[in-house]
Design a protein around this ligand. Structure first.
Ligand code: ZN
Length: 77
């Protein structure tokens, strides 16, 4: 007697695949994006992230200069 559970298990065994990192649609394993639009979206995100990172670095460096360098630049009395 065949149990009905076996069919649902077979359906669960989907072939190896990935999901588009932008929209989450299933894609084949050799790709990262489902479409050109998603690829562009990802590169936009990456650029935005990188700009954010540079901004933060600039702020950190500015704070560092103010705390550690500025007192050294003051002429000693
Ligand atoms: Zn996508």
């Amino acid at each position: 007697m065949k149990r009905p559970r076996e069919k649902s298990k077979a359906e669960h065994d989907i072939p190896l695949h990935l999901h588009c990192v932008i929209c989450g649609r299933p894609i084949s394993i050799d790709k990262r994006f489902c479409s050109k639009a998603c690829e562009e979206e990802e590169s936009k995100r990456y650029k935005r992230q990188r700009r954010m990172w540079f901004t933060w670095m600039a702020i950190m460096i500015a704070i560092f200069i103010m705390i550690f360098i500025m007192p050294l630049l003051r002429p000693p009395r």
